[in-house]
Design a protein around this ligand. Sequence first.
Ligand SMILES: [Zn+2]
Length: 99
Amino acid sequence: MIQCLCDHCGKQMSRGEARYEMRVEVRLADTSHALREDDFTPRNLSAVTRLLGSLPGDEPAPVEPPGHHAVFDLCPSCCRRWRRNPMGVRSASADPRWG
Ligand SMILES: [Zn+2]
């Protein structure tokens, strides 16, 4: 009886067969150039004024949602390949099916 499919290669995995659950979380990283409360001092006032004046007027900032979560089922073979190359970077030795 097939329980699930590998989300990468499509291998059918039966009940009791080893499989891996990959949880992916992408979050907006803390940016060092974001304004903080201690930036708003009289000494920095002109620099902050110039920065705020350079921002687009009424247009919303083009930002991605602050976070994203996803869960994937992987067969042992795909899990092993992911551990070796989690970003799917292609190289001469990389598996062409991953990436
Ligand atoms: Zn697989």
